[in-house]
Design a protein around this ligand. Structure first.
Ligand SMILES: [Zn+2]
Length: 165
């Protein structure tokens, strides 16, 4: 049995059409959410002895061919459980990551604190700045940063994760 035929057989039993606000905003209509087994949030379909991503099968059925080697079945709608063919597209790993960044799911890695080589402050200095009663301008001179930076440290807008630490 071809993958497409297998998919067609499981579809009516396991699908449910659901409203997805994000998809509606994007003008992508509604997501079709998989209600069967999932793996890491993605539809899991048993094909012989293997478990395959249902969204991947669906995309292959839509394209009428297997995905290219190394390609991913990506979601326009950001909904891992979605099987709506129009929400699926073939992308490589970098494209997949790029889209995730653009949608704000993943934040680029940025070292914080001293681990960030550009930081002029350290945990000890930040604690000292927060404990000091001196004006921001004089602390700025002492620590080699701008007065604005001192204010932000004090307000917790910088090094906020260190508050109470
Ligand atoms: Zn969707």
């Amino acid at each position: 049995m071809t993958r497409a035929a297998l998919l067609a057989r499981t579809r009516p039993r396991l699908w449910r059409v659901d409203v997805n606000a994000y998809g509606a905003v994007l003008g992508l209509d509604f997501c079709r959410l998989w209600v069967g087994a999932t793996r890491h949030g993605y539809p899991a379909v048993r094909v012989g002895s293997k478990v395959m991503g249902g969204h991947r099968l669906m995309l292959e059925a839509k394209l009428g061919r297997p995905l290219r080697a190394g390609a991913f079945a990506c979601h326009h709608c950001d909904n891992p459980g979605c099987m709506e063919p129009r929400h699926l597209y073939e992308g490589d790993a970098s494209r997949n990551m790029l889209d995730a960044y653009r949608r704000g799911q993943k934040k680029p890695y940025r070292p914080r604190g001293e681990a960030n080589g550009r930081s002029k402050l350290s945990r000890a200095k930040v604690r000292a700045i927060r404990a000091a009663g001196a004006p921001a301008a004089s602390l700025a001179v002492r620590y080699g940063v701008t007065p604005d930076c001192i204010s932000q440290v004090r307000a917790g807008r910088r090094w906020g994760w260190l508050v109470g630490g």
